[in-house]
Design a protein around this ligand. Structure first.
Ligand code: NAP
Length: 307
């Protein structure tokens, strides 16, 4: 299938381009970006022009930041294209509901991707937790924003989510692996005095059977990132590390190997299957927790942040 990639920036170059070019399902037939291009691929600056001039391209993958993404997604759906959305699928929940309704009306596929759910050990963690009684779960998601989003001011603008940009990855895993849903009960959000989005956060959640569930996010962690979820149960302790790539159960590392490796190759395989069967995959549960954190969270002003 022919696919166009929109918003040629960090994640498009790091992950989407290699995943598409190495996939048996896809041909990267066009890019749309104001500045970025991909060698050997026809480049457009204007999205409407690409949609008009390339009716052969039935699928578009949107790698823009969340705030500008809605207009692109809506235009693509109106033009009858299937749409794949980077995470988070929009700037607000209402936007995402609107896109879903539009996709249903236009009978096109819509995929809200959550790349961290495709990490190697997420399904193994889910299977292990399925039969256990959870007692305590702690998320620690700490990284250096200067390393992972160098100079990307949008992450600190309203709608950019701040530290919840990586934090929503943890929440996408949480909402996948827990057999019973939790909901947020409180949060503390640390806003740099000169920014519109938090740089750190602590959140607590209600669990239907009383387990203690919490999340700590920090964007000023120097050195290697910590992307860990630890779950204590009546039958042992599970530690999911490296953003879902490493699983240790009671001190023993899970060495199982899966056939298709890499989060983005799996996302593109799923998009191919979604388009073929004509489906919509729009799970908004990770984003709901983030919206709740912004609604309930107590705001603490901290030192200004400069790159
Ligand atoms: P980015 O490099 O800052 O932005 C991607 C591209 O979007 C830019 O190069 C820009 O291309 C275009 N763009 C930016 N603002 C725009 C606007 N207002 N209107 C139209 N186009 C605009 O961001 P990124 O790091 O790739 O992240 C993009 C999305 O991927 C985010 O939702 C992020 O959460 C997600 N993501 C990022 C990472 C990561 O490690 N960075 C990892 C996983 C997922 P032009 O200037 O050429 O138009």
């Amino acid at each position: 299938m022919e696919i166009a990639l929109i918003g040629i920036g960090k994640i498009a170059i790091d992950q989407h381009v290699p995943a598409i070019q190495n996939s048996p399902d896809w041909n990267l037939s066009a890019t749309v970006s104001r500045h970025g291009t991909v060698a050997g691929v026809p480049a457009f600056h204007d999205f409407a022009q690409m949609l008009e001039e390339r009716p052969d391209i039935r699928v578009v993958s949107l790698c823009l930041p969340p705030v500008p993404r809605f207009d692109y997604a809506a235009a693509a759906i109106r033009a009858g294209r299937h749409v794949m959305l980077e995470k988070p699928p929009g700037a607000t929940l209402s936007e995402c509901h609107a896109l879903k309704a539009m996709a249903q009306a236009h009978r096109v596929s819509l995929y809200a991707t959550w790349h961290s759910r495709q990490a190697d050990k997420v399904l193994a963690a889910k299977a292990w937790l399925a039969e256990k009684a959870l007692q305590k779960l702690t998320i620690n998601w700490r990284e250096d924003v200067r390393q992972w989003h160098p100079g990307q001011d949008w992450v600190f603008e309203a709608g950019g989510l701040g530290v919840f940009d990586p934090g929503i990855n943890a929440l996408s895993i949480l909402t996948e692996i827990l057999p019973e849903p939790v909901h947020l009960t409180g949060a503390q959000l640390h806003f740099p005095a000169n920014r519109e989005a938090p740089i750190a956060a602590e959140c607590s959640f209600h669990h239907p059977r009383g387990a203690e569930v919490s999340m700590n996010l920090d964007w000023l962690e120097p050195g290697a990132p910590t992307w860990t979820i630890q779950a204590e149960t009546d039958q042992g302790i599970m530690i999911l590390e490296n953003g879902g790539d490493k699983l240790t159960i009671d001190g023993e590392i899970d060495e199982s190997v899966s056939d298709l490796t890499g989060e983005y190759p799996r996302l593109y395989a799923q998009m191919a299957s979604l388009v073929q069967r004509g489906g919509i995959d729009m799970d908004l549960s990770p984003m709901r927790h983030v919206a709740d954190a912004f609604t309930l969270g107590k705001r603490i002003t901290v030192e200004p942040f400069e790159w």
